[in-house]
Design a protein around this ligand. Structure first.
Ligand code: HEM
Length: 382
């Protein structure tokens, strides 16, 4: 076990708001062993940015880890050549060019339909009624699994995420994740005779990958590609409506929707951490880690590191977000980054504010989660 100082957390308050604990760890020695998570948490931005690239020391391979046990071995849990081969096979679906030439138009059409349906209602819960649908519809296109409704995409995504973040061992969460995996596999089987153009299913099979390996990466796309854009869409809207001067900057053309999206991702880190397994005994900035240790690189803490960001707890869309680690820092840098930038910053946010120029909040908003974090519900009116 690492010799990092111990830092005890209360899981309920850490889930409600991890930032006080993360600040204490980051401003202490920068890393601490948290007994409740059985992991050493690294919390400083530059340390994570450097160490995450040392895959020979901090491995993504975790055959006994929760993700592999519940969801199968996907690219996020591979290293080196195995990982590179999966990245290459999926790239034709995720590439910026495919996003521009193929997905963008679809995202716009489906988002317009969602807005048409919502318009007469005069108000909604943005998480459930807009962001969830826009993200789920996009994933139906990108994965090619049209047998799943957007509601099922969201439900299976959440169940897998809850299972993978189930570090405290709740058996109901494990069952839910396994049921989600079975549902997605059934949808893959149903689509095998009709492979949609550019879909993850089609491009991976075309590369010679087995059905099972392709399905594992599709499950990863659903678990990683639904909640994060969903939470980023609803969360960025909330952030802009609670910071009207910043929304005004966008409306005056002095800042962009992308600035708001990137700053929200820094400020609230929809993916708060990534886990790694230590391969050998070594010392990192005075902290001794041992082979077999579980390490969490805490992007959420890194993205509020005052050594890198001025007034890091403030939402400020004019800041330079380039050092943000919201999409990762190493070889596993988000494969869906181009998809999510287009979906959220070029489609979901501008189309919503254009359609409902008088959009306003209708009640308080509570955030939830530390490994994955987002608003529980965002009630709005127009
Ligand atoms: C706001 C939106 C999103 C955020 C903040 C986000 C963030 C991340 C992060 C932090 C990682 C892990 C990086 C690492 O371990 O170093 C990741 C990986 C990944 N993401 Fe995203 N993501 C988003 C949207 C998406 C979407 C829409 C998709 C798919 C359509 C997607 C697919 C993936 C995949 C496949 C990986 C694994 C990459 C690999 O192992 O090489 N993500 N994402």
């Amino acid at each position: 076990m690492s010799n990092a100082p111990h830092h005890d957390i209360d899981i309920a308050s850490f889930t409600a708001d991890p930032y006080p604990d993360l600040t204490a760890i980051r401003e202490g020695l920068g890393a601490a062993f948290v007994p409740q998570l059985r992991a050493t948490l690294f919390c400083r931005r530059d340390t994570i940015h450097r160490e995450e690239k040392r895959v020979d020391l901090f491995s993504s391979r975790q055959p006994q880890g929760l993700m592999v046990r519940l969801m199968g071995e996907n690219m996020l849990r591979k290293d080196g050549d195995d990982h590179a081969a999966d990245r290459k096979a999926t790239f034709p679906s995720y590439s910026p060019r495919t996003v521009r030439d193929h997905w963008s138009e679809r995202f716009r059409a489906r988002t317009a339909e969602a807005l048409d349906d919502l318009a007469p209602q005069g108000g909604c819960d943005l998480v459930r009624d807009y962001a969830m649908r826009v993200s789920g519809e996009a994933l139906r296109d990108v994965t090619g699994l049209y047998d799943l409704s957007w509601q099922e995409i969201d439900q299976t995504s959440q169940a897998m995420i809850d299972g993978v973040a189930n570090y405290h061992g709740d058996p109901r969460l494990e069952e839910g994740a396994l049921a989600a995996v079975a549902r997605i596999n059934a949808a893959v089987d149903k689509q095998m005779d009709d492979l949609p153009e550019y879909s993850l299913l089609k491009v991976q099979l075309a590369s010679g990958m087995s059905r099972d390996a392709a399905a594992a990466n599709i499950r990863l796309a659903i678990s990683g590609g639904q909640n994060e854009p969903r939470d980023a869409i609803a969360g960025t809207v909330w952030a802009l409506l609670t910071h009207p001067a910043q929304l005004a900057l966008i409306r005056e053309g002095k800042a962009s929707w992308k600035d708001a999206f990137e700053e929200f991702n820094r400020w609230q880190s929809p993916v708060g951490m990534v886990p790694r397994e230590v391969t050998r005994d070594e010392e990192v900035e005075g902290i001794a880690v041992q082979a077999g240790d579980r390490v969490f690189f805490m992007y959420s803490a890194a993205n509020r590191d005052p050594r890198v960001f001025d007034s890091p707890d403030d939402f400020d869309i004019t800041r330079n977000t380039a050092p943000s680690l919201a999409f990762g820092a190493g070889p596993h840098f988000c494969a869906g980054a181009a998809v999510s930038r287009e979906l959220v910053a070029e489609v979901a946010l501008p189309m919503l504010f254009e359609r409902f120029p008088d959009l306003r909040l209708d009640g308080d908003v509570r955030f939830h989660g530390w490994a994955f974090r987002g608003p529980v519900s965002v009630r709005v009116r127009w």
